[in-house]
Structure formats: C-alpha cells, structure tokens
Design a protein around this ligand. Structure first.
Ligand code: C5P
Length: 252
C-alpha cells in the first residue's frame, strides 16, 4: 500500500490509493516451511504480502516465519486475546518480525485494546520500525446467532460486529478484519479512515470451497475493503502467480 503510506495516513486521512497488487495478501495456510517458501518465491512481486497464522507460526516459530517470508510484507494473524499485560507483551515480541498488520480480538475489552495500541506504538518506536496496522477481530465468521447466545451474548452477530468495531476504533485501533457482508455497514459506521481487512474473497472463476459468504475481489474493493486476504484461489492454482495477476487485473 503502501501499507506504510496507509499506516501513516490512519491518523492523517489522506493517502494515495493502493495499487491492486498492494491490496492482495495471500494466506499461507500450511505447516510446511518449504511449501510456504515456495509460494512466497512464486508470488513475490505479484502480491502485496502474505498472511501467516497460528498454523505455520506454531509449527515453525518466529524463525520459520522469517525464513518463509524472506522480507516480504507480513500480516501476522495470531489474534491475541488475553489479559492486557500479556497481549501487550505478545505484541512487543511480534514486532520483532516487522509485520505490516497484527491483530487482536476486540472482545478482549477496552483495557486490553488500549494496552495493545500502546504496546505497538512503543515497540515500533523502540525498534525504530514502521508501526504496523493493529486491527481487531470482531465476531468470528464461524459463529452464528445461536453460538453467540450459547456463550452469553444476546446481540445478533451483525450488531455485535458493529459494537466491537466501534469499540476498537474508540480504543485507537486502525481497523478490523471483517467478512465481505460486513464491509458496507462497517464503512458507514466507522468512516473512510478505518481499515477493513477482508478474507472470504473468491474470483468468479474460482471454487468457493468451504467459504459460504464470499464476494469477488472487485465487489469487495468497491464496497470499501482496503486489504483482500486470498488463500486457495491463489495457493491451489496450477500457476499461483498467474492467478494473482488475474485478480490484480480484475481490480485494475
Ligand atoms: O483459502 P481462503 O481464501 O478461504 O483463505 C482465507 C484465509 O482467511 C484463511 O487463512 C482463513 O483462516 C482466513 N479467514 C477467513 N474468514 C475469517 C477470518 C479469517 O477465511 N472470517
């Protein structure tokens, strides 16, 4: 996106629009370091960065992440949720990987969210690195209204998403991870500077797989998405770089 430019602009509100390539983050959902490294090599220059989550991180650790990512922009998707001190410490540790995007669960509450914001700001200063976007997960898309009731939350999922997104914004976070169907209401509720990072993306020519509520890359961007997280339509393609270029062309 310069995610760098956009990061700086999270507080100043003007930035050049990101290029189609810069918007695309590829999910490396594998435990296999060699496979992750091959995908990064194949996709370098055709996408904006890579998302690494608990699967690869837990199997390979920070050094594995470094080896796999090879200096490419990183969305470290570890979704921290713990007491404020622990989350702050985890984020300070995470910044040693120089991620462009990190995340926490908004349901950790105001004290945890504010501690996370402060920890990211301080760690970026101490390490003299760019401050990553700190985004929140609101309601996991695997949860429906009945699941929320089961854990004692009576609000319908859509309302809970908005409530948690506003909380994250009030606590100083840069944005949220959201499903395609949440882009428009969140953009309206939280304004133009709030970052929306969106998985569940499927080009019309790809298989939906286990994703139920999908949207095309173009529709997601037109609705207001900042970053698109795309996994299998790229990683399972015979030619991942060609699939990534095709998505970028559709966005151009
Ligand atoms: O392969 P696919 O494009 O479905 O991968 C999407 C990525 O985004 C996966 O890493 C998945 O875990 C993640 N994700 C998601 N839906 C959410 C949050 C994260 O698909 N609500």
């Amino acid at each position: 996106m310069s995610l760098a430019r956009a990061s700086a602009s999270a507080t100043t509100s003007s930035s050049a629009p990101p290029s189609p390539t810069e918007r695309l983050f590829v999910a490396l959902d594998t435990q296999d370091l060699e496979r992750a490294g091959q995908l990064v090599s194949a996709l370098r220059g055709t996408v904006g960065g890579f998302k690494i989550g608990k699967e690869l991180f837990t199997a390979q650790g920070p050094d594995g992440v470094r080896a796999a990512i090879g200096g490419e922009p990183l969305f470290l998707d570890l979704k921290f949720h713990d007491i404020p001190t622990t989350v702050a410490g985890a984020l300070r540790s995470a910044l040693h990987l120089r991620p462009r995007i990190v995340n926490v669960h908004a349901s950790g509450g105001p004290a945890m969210l504010k501690a996370a914001v402060e920890a990211v700001r301080e760690a970026a200063e101490d390490l003299e690195c760019e401050r990553p976007w700190l985004v929140a997960v609101t309601v996991l898309t695997s949860l429906d209204d009945a699941d929320l009731v089961a854990v004692g939350q009576d609000a319908p999922a859509g309302r809970q998403v908005l409530r948690l997104a506003r909380l994250a914004q009030d606590c100083g976070l840069d944005g949220v991870v959201c499903s395609p169907r949440e882009i428009a209401p969140l953009r309206e509720a939280c304004g133009p500077g709030f970052r929306l990072v969106v998985p569940g993306i499927r080009p019309s020519w790809s298989d939906s797989g286990d994703q139920k509520r999908v949207t095309t890359p173009r529709d997601a961007v037109e609705a207001g998405a900042d970053v698109l997280v795309v996994g299998r339509p790229i990683t399972s393609a015979d030619d991942p770089a060609a699939a990534a270029r095709r998505i970028a062309e559709e966005l151009a």
